[in-house]
Design a binder for this molecule. Structure first.
Ligand code: 1HE
Length: 257
């Protein structure tokens, strides 16, 4: 692989963006490699973590490649990002991101397609598309706007400002802030825990929650009841429920204990 590293820690795939000289800027070939890596990971892992090599997570779209494209090539490129990132957001596995340094433009769009984001203290977030004379094209208007809200995203895009990790956590862009250099460790630990959940539950969590969030409430409740009964009647659910009832499974812990 030219642009990625891939290793496994038990059931967790650890996928590294590996074009540090260009700040992990994403070219067409990079997107295709990501697509192939997702296929491989889905065949082997139960959870995955994405992170960036070098000083930054990702500088977004490869602007040197983009500047040479026609408008139609640009649309096709954007649609390909949508297809490949959708395989992360609505694929087989829970995905976690470990973020540091610049998480900007398409880098933030990639991070927005995973399910749980951990940023270290060095991370900063921006959508500089307006300053570059373009618009978001890797899913930010649909995904990132749902994380931070349209008003905050409009502000980021119009002003071109960056926000730090603590602000990103307050805005809902990231779920956790870790000490400098610790985001990957934390994300791998969380992914390893998620990998021990029932596969069907993880699948329902990543597929049903965002869809139900987009539905009318009454429709969402109806869909929830069907998924709830479907998952509960699986043999794995029966085994896990009986394990708890016979005191063979862990209890829920008090975070302050
Ligand atoms: C790049 C890119 C890139 C760096 N495409 N080559 N994204 C942006 O507008 C962000 C543009 N990048 C930056 O603002 C900075 O590079 C960073 C803050 C991310 C990092 O700064 P720094 O000082 O660590 O690195 P650098 O010196 O700016 O860049 C190192 C090299 O990476 C340099 O190339 P070199 O040959 O001169 O060494 C840069 O040109 C190159 N580089 N970023 C191409 N993005 C599907 S739609 C998505 C729309 C978007 O993502 S728009 C936002 C694009």
């Amino acid at each position: 692989m030219d642009y990625l590293t891939l290793e496994y820690n038990g059931d967790v795939a650890i996928l590294g963006l590996n074009r540090p000289a260009k700040r992990n800027a994403i070219s067409d070939a990079f997107v295709e490699e990501l697509n192939s890596a997702i296929t491989e990971i889905e065949g082997r892992a139960k959870a995955a973590v994405i992170h960036g090599h070098g000083p930054h997570f990702c500088a977004g779209l490869d602007l040197a490649e983009h500047v040479k494209k026609t408008p139609f090539e640009g649309v096709q490129g954007s649609r390909r990002w949508h297809e490949v990132f959708a395989r992360i957001q609505r694929g087989k596995l829970p995905w976690f991101a470990a973020l540091h340094g610049a998480v900007v433009g398409g880098g933030l769009e990639l991070a927005s397609s995973v399910h749980v984001r951990v940023a270290d203290k060095t991370a900063f977030f921006a959508l500089p598309e307006g300053q570059r004379g373009i618009f978001v094209g890797g899913g930010a208007s649909a995904r990132t706007a749902r994380l931070m809200g349209v008003s905050r995203m409009t502000d980021l895009m119009l002003t071109g400002r960056s926000v730090d990790a603590d602000t990103a956590e307050r805005w809902g862009i990231v779920n956790y802030v870790a000490a400098e250099g610790m985001a990957l460790d934390e994300a791998v630990k969380m992914a390893a825990r998620a990998a021990t959940n029932a596969e069907l539950s993880n699948y329902a969590i990543i597929h049903a929650l965002p869809r139900i969030n987009d539905m009318a409430q009454d429709d969402g409740l109806w869909v929830e009841s069907l998924i709830s009964s479907f998952t509960a009647t699986s043999p794995e659910a029966e085994a896990r429920l009986n394990a708890f009832l016979s005191k063979r499974a862990g209890k829920v812990t008090n975070p302050n204990a």
